[in-house]
Design a protein around this ligand. Structure first.
Ligand SMILES: Cc1cc2nc3c(=O)[nH]c(=O)nc-3n(C[C@H](O)[C@H](O)[C@H](O)COP(=O)(O)O)c2cc1C
Length: 316
């Protein structure tokens, strides 16, 4: 998620689930091919990891796909759902829903160059083009192009007049439309996204579909991930407590500080881990007030952790 997630966030999330698929925020082909930074950097611990690409030039996407595969990404995902103006000017994101032939060409160009799966994330419609038939036209082109799976954010986007934030809240969710898509295209792997806040809700969707993607809820309440392996992947390995997750993050923080990363860029992702528990506010506050100070290190995290009562687990 642009501006929210990054590789530090994914490293932290991976400490709570081994199996959940993690996605990068959207990275544009322009940034990868012409940017100054290394936009493809990640830690090996983040696997299984999907790179989400933003772009609409088949040749540029194919080039990025090759680079990503060489770097070890497990999958590529093309963004056909982001409605921001910035993205529309670059002719990618949700506005591509109106260009099914071009999207198909993009997917086919990437598929021709790499062996890893190429998937697409889309909405159910844009502007006045929100009929079920409109969505099916895109899906059929994607199937012909060899798309390995589809993630559908179950609401349309208004390209003019709504901010990206409003476009995640105002257009109503229509889960039934995504279920119908799966019924009509049973051979296509389809995951659903949008407004899902718990694993119980995820289970209901999984009765109809192949996968579930959670965005905001996981970011704000990351310990939700700790239940995922047992609840959805049948992996009953013991899950670390919240305190243990933070302790497990400390060596990574040390390593990153040594490479010049600023503490707050890592700890900002952890603010919600104690959500709803005694001490949650003291945790957030201590980090917010101290992680930005020059020279701040793991002692700041340890001091914040000491403010949160550690639950005593009684196994008797
Ligand atoms: C701050 C923010 C940034 C986002 N950036 C991306 C992005 O880079 N790529 C993408 O496919 N979706 C992005 N999204 C949309 C989410 O992936 C997701 O589709 C949307 O929030 C609905 O799912 P949710 O209710 O589980 O959050 C972003 C959402 C937020 C809140």
């Amino acid at each position: 998620m642009l501006d929210w997630t990054d590789r530090h966030c994914r490293y932290f999330h991976r400490l709570m689930s081994r199996h959940a698929q993690l996605y990068t925020e959207m990275v544009t082909t322009g940034a990868i091919l012409h940017g100054k930074g290394d936009y493809l950097a990640f830690s090996p611990e983040e696997h299984p990891l999907v790179l989400q690409l933003g772009g609409s030039d088949p040749a540029a996407l194919a080039r990025c796909a090759v680079l990503a595969e060489q770097r070890g990404y497990d999958e590529l995902n093309l963004n056909v759902g982001c409605p921001s103006d910035r993205v529309q000017n670059g002719m990618f994101g949700a506005c591509l829903m109106a260009e099914p032939a071009l999207v198909a060409e993009c997917v086919a160009a990437m598929k021709a160059e790499v062996a890893i799966p190429v998937t697409v994330k889309t909405r159910i419609g844009i502007d006045e083009q929100d009929s079920y038939g409109f969505l099916c036209t895109l899906v059929e082109r994607l199937i012909e192009a060899g798309t390995d799976s589809l993630i559908v954010h179950a609401r349309k986007a208004w390209l003019k007049g709504l901010s990206p934030r409003e476009n995640r809240e105002i257009p109503p969710l229509d889960y039934e439309r995504v279920y119908r898509l799966k019924r009509d295209y049973p051979g296509l792997t389809i995951a659903i996204n949008g407004g899902i806040k718990s694993l119980d809700e995820a289970r209901v969707h999984l009765e109809h579909l192949d996968g579930v993607m959670l965005g905001r809820e996981v970011y704000q309440n990351p310990y939700l991930l700790a239940e995922v392996d047992a609840a959805l992947f049948n992996d009953g390995r013991e899950v670390p407590s919240r305190h243990q997750v933070i302790r497990n993050l400390l060596p990574y923080i040390e390593r990153e500080l040594g490479r010049g990363t600023y503490l707050g860029n890592i700890t900002r992702h952890t603010l919600g881990i104690f959500q709803g528990l005694p001490g949650a506010r003291a945790w957030r506050r201590h980090l917010s007030e101290n992680a930005h100070r020059p020279g701040a290190g793991t002692e700041v995290v340890e001091a914040a952790l000491a403010k949160v009562p550690e639950a005593v687990v009684d196994y008797s």
